[in-house]
Design a protein around this ligand. Structure first.
Ligand SMILES: Cc1cc2nc3c(=O)[nH]c(=O)nc-3n(C[C@H](O)[C@H](O)[C@H](O)COP(=O)(O)OP(=O)(O)OC[C@H]3O[C@@H](n4cnc5c(N)ncnc54)[C@H](O)[C@@H]3O)c2cc1C
Length: 414
């Protein structure tokens, strides 16, 4: 069997490596000069691979049952075992985020590169695939490499060319047109996991400050989404996981007059509430009380906005004064002015609808022998390793299916 894989990102690399377990000729096409270009920058170059919270409901995926099927076969433990077999042991942070033991995306990419070589996978880097033609149960790939235009044939094709995020790292969505010509639907792609721009008003003063928050996006009275996490306030809005998980909602609702509500005290509210209501004896000043959780700059900002006396004893605040404090710190509202573009968003939402792909093999339900993996599909996860879990996982399922198909074929031949 002659198998071609397009894209040496996590999805394509894993598909090629797994498929090689069944023998056959495997060629991996990548238009960057090196493999795993985006993988190298993941998790601030530490490669956040997965997360204990990986479950179907956590993903942006129109069919949670489809995602459940995948995670039922390739959950966190299966993923860790698969990586371990390749020589990439993993470790977990206290909050359940998985990284390679090496804490190095570079190390992961090098190990995957060696796995390709060990398995005799033909790697064609600096080779751009322009178009995919299907007919007579085979695929023709129009490729350009080293200045030469060529047509390559294969019996099975794995497409792991990514979405459209961070185009300078290689994935620019150039093969979605070919997929449409083959009959696949392609949902419009929008950036996700990026900054949210907003009218900061007085909060501009807190530029550069970081907070752990509960953030929600509202369209009128309707809450479109909510998440928790760390944010940083910058010149024109917010960045960091606490808002990135919501940015696709902004991109999907242009001009909808959205509001971002940020609760700056949610993570320690129960602690603070005990003091405010006098349940815990803590006769400190309001300022000292807030300094337990905020920098002096942020504490002074909230006290000033709430028009309170910084020296007032925390456990003597009236209900009205507590309400004033909560209004500025727990219910801060910002008019959303936009979301990050593909250039500064980590993933894209959109692509081929999951219903067009079998979740156990990742084979197209429309074109037999075509496998779609990773961000090419209309799936996105929140920050925290969910997207690499899906990219590696979908590649693993496609590769494993191809390997067993090859074993079956060689058995039939003998
Ligand atoms: C800055 C940043 C940090 C991130 N951090 C994390 C993280 O810590 N954890 C996490 O889970 N996710 C993270 N992500 C998201 C994650 O990197 C992606 O979801 C994942 O890489 C998608 O894998 P993929 O294999 O589907 O696509 P990609 O990694 O995009 O790989 C696709 C490959 O196909 C190649 N290609 C595309 N078109 C062609 C063509 N026509 N011909 C030949 N080759 C082609 C591209 O050059 C590319 O190498 C991060 C993303 C970014 C940008």
């Amino acid at each position: 069997m002659n198998i071609a894989v397009i894209g040496a990102g996590p999805a394509g690399l894993m598909a090629a490596i797994q498929a090689a377990e069944g023998g056959g000729r495997i060629t991996l096409f990548e238009h960057n000069p090196n493999i795993g270009r985006k993988l190298l920058v993941t998790g601030s170059s530490r490669c956040n691979l997965s997360n204990d919270a990986v479950e179907a409901a956590a993903f942006y995926c129109e069919d949670p049952a489809w995602m459940e099927t995948i995670l039922g076969v390739f959950g966190v433990e299966e993923f860790r075992r698969a990586l371990d077999r390749l020589g990439i042991p993993t470790q977990k942070t206290d909050d359940g985020w998985y990284y390679p033991r090496s804490q190095s995306a570079q190390a992961v990419v090098e190990i995957l590169g060696e796995a390709l070589a060990e398995r005799g996978i033909q790697l064609r880097v600096a080779t751009h695939v322009h178009d995919i033609i299907y007919g007579n149960e085979a695929f023709q790939l129009h490729v350009t490499g080293l200045g030469l235009h060529q047509t390559e044939s294969c019996d099975r094709l794995v497409l792991g060319a990514g979405g459209k995020a961070y185009p300078e790292l290689g994935s620019r969505g150039e093969l979605f047109g070919s997929l449409e010509k083959l009959g696949h639907a392609v949902r419009p792609l929008v950036p996700a996991l990026g900054p949210i721009y907003a009218d900061l008003g007085a909060f501009k003063e807190l530029k550069g400050q970081r907070f752990d928050v509960l953030a929600s996006i509202w369209r009128g009275e309707e809450r479109l989404g909510q998440t928790t996490g760390n944010i940083i306030i910058n010149q024109d809005g917010f960045n960091g996981p606490g808002v990135m998980n919501l940015s696709h909602l902004v991109a999907l609702n242009p001009g909808a007059g959205l509001t971002l509500q940020v609760n700056f005290i949610a993570p320690f509210w129960s602690d603070l509430a005990d003091i405010l209501t006098g349940q815990v004896a803590h006769p400190c000043s309001l300022r000292a009380g807030l300094l337990r959780y905020f920098s002096p700059k942020a504490a002074d900002f909230f006290i000033r906005r709430a028009k309170l006396d910084p020296a007032a004893k925390l456990n003597t605040l009236s209900e009205e004064q507590i309400r004033q404090l909560l209004e500025v710190s727990a219910e801060a509202k910002f008019s959303v002015t936009g979301a990050g573009s593909f250039r500064n968003s980590q993933v894209s939402v959109g692509g081929v609808p999951v219903g067009e792909v079998d979740p156990l093999s990742m084979e197209s339900r429309l074109i037999p022998g075509l496998y779609l993996v990773g961000e090419t599909l209309d799936v996105a996860g929140p920050c925290g390793g969910f997207n690499l879990h899906f990219a590696f996982g979908s590649g693993y399922l496609a590769g494993t299916h191809l390997a067993s198909l090859q074993r079956k074929l060689s058995k039939e031949r003998t």
